[in-house]
Ligand binder design. Structure first.
Ligand SMILES: *Cc1c(COP(=O)(O)O)cnc(C)c1O
Length: 373
């Protein structure tokens, strides 16, 4: 049997181990140290944003953003429905109420019109939302400028979940830098990884300083351990940050490799009955995962193909199951367009690692052609 072809595998550039060795040599084996500071500086520079905090996960970054915005029990937070559960879970950690907003067709991300309708409804009910969490799924820039305008019009802070979108841009501006907060994830399956980790970014120094304070157990300035607030253990370790420093050096070339995967699949599979998500003009997607939609002519379903490819040790995955269809969020209010449900039914994510070889890509295409033609 061939080596397993993963959906999205970690891909080291080579320098990561040098930063880890440095941490060992200097005995910086802790959730602070030169790699943490260096990685934060790398993120700031890459995204052209003044402040970044390196954290234990993207989920922790979203949670801290909500805490910093004062989200608490019975508050309402608007969030993209078409996403991974980690976007929405932190709203519930704060005992607040998620309101789930469906997608538009062009980018598959939150529909600004539905968002505005939801905001108007909740304001009319006397429950002005406390925050908006907007996701750029699969690295594709969503309609963030429209949503930013809505956030300003109604004075509701905007958190940009760019967990899958590091390296993507809209009008040349990096995703994650449009909102009041941006978050990134460095989980093992993301475009770059620190094995597990995340970052919170902002234009506001006070917020990022406060996020570091909260992420290290909220210790007051005293010689003994004194606490005036509830803290969290959410900081990134100096070892993980060392991996991150090495990964930042290869980020742009990994983006190019993922974009090349997309272009290859699109060229080779255009005739089998797939539709591809096009990049709108002025958008630059990191193409974290290449997703295809099965058109009506195809008799085989995405799940049939997934099972077939599994026989050849090729991993594929359905698109994200919308949050309004999740058992745990079934009682949440949602504003639906039908778009995300249709995407969930018709879509499949193809192997998209930056480390995919030409032979592996050719094999994926060959097996898909054999099965569908
Ligand atoms: C991965 C991911 C997260 C969470 O990041 P972790 O680092 O795994 O906690 C949040 N939102 C989206 C859209 C993600 O894909």
């Amino acid at each position: 049997m061939n080596e397993r072809i993963f959906l999205s595998a970690p891909h080291m550039g080579g320098d990561e181990i040098k930063f880890i060795h440095h941490a060992f040599d200097e005995n910086w084996i802790a959730p602070l140290g030169p790699n943490v500071n260096g990685f934060e500086a790398d993120i700031q520079e890459y995204n052209n944003i003044p402040y970044a905090a390196a954290l234990s996960s993207g989920t922790a970054a979203i949670h801290l953003a909500l805490i910093l915005l004062g989200v608490k029990n019975d508050d309402v937070v608007m969030a993209s429905s078409f996403t991974f559960s980690a976007t929405v879970n932190p709203i519930v950690y704060q005992q607040a109420e998620p309101v789930l907003i469906d997608s538009e067709k062009e980018t598959w991300n939150m529909d600004p019109e539905l968002l505005e309708k939801a905001i108007e409804d909740y304001i009319a009910k006397g429950k002005k939302p406390k925050a908006i969490i907007f996701v750029h799924l699969y690295g594709m820039p969503g309609k963030i400028e429209e949503v930013k305008a809505i956030s300003e019009k109604y004075d509701i802070p905007l958190i940009e979940d760019a967990a899958e979108a590091l390296g993507s841009k809209l009008n040349g501006k990096p995703l994650g830098t449009f909102g009041d907060f941006g978050i990134y994830s460095f989980n093992g399956n993301k475009i770059i990884t620190t094995s597990g980790g995340g970052a919170l970014v902002s234009q506001k120094k006070e917020w990022i300083d406060k996020s570091r304070f909260l992420a290290t157990q909220a210790r007051d300035a005293a010689p003994y351990y004194q606490h005036s607030e509830i803290g969290y253990n959410y900081r990134m370790s100096n070892i993980a940050a060392g991996i991150g420093r090495g990964q930042m050096k290869v980020l742009d070339s990994w983006v190019e490799k993922r974009r090349a995967n997309y272009n290859f699949y699109k060229k080779e599979l255009n005739s089998v009955g797939f539709e591809f998500l096009e990049e709108p003009t002025s958008s630059f997607s990191n193409r974290w995962l290449t997703c295809v939609l099965f058109n009506e002519k195809l008799t085989k379903k995405p799940e049939d193909l997934r099972q077939e490819l599994e026989k050849f040790n090729i991993e594929t995955r359905p698109l994200w199951k919308p949050m309004h269809l999740q058992p745990i969020f079934k009682d949440c209010m949602s504003y639906r367009s039908g778009v995300s449900e249709e995407l969930f039914q018709k879509g499949l994510c193809l192997p998209s690692s930056s480390s995919l070889s030409d032979e592996q890509k050719e094999m994926v295409v060959e097996k898909i052609n054999d099965f569908l033609k």
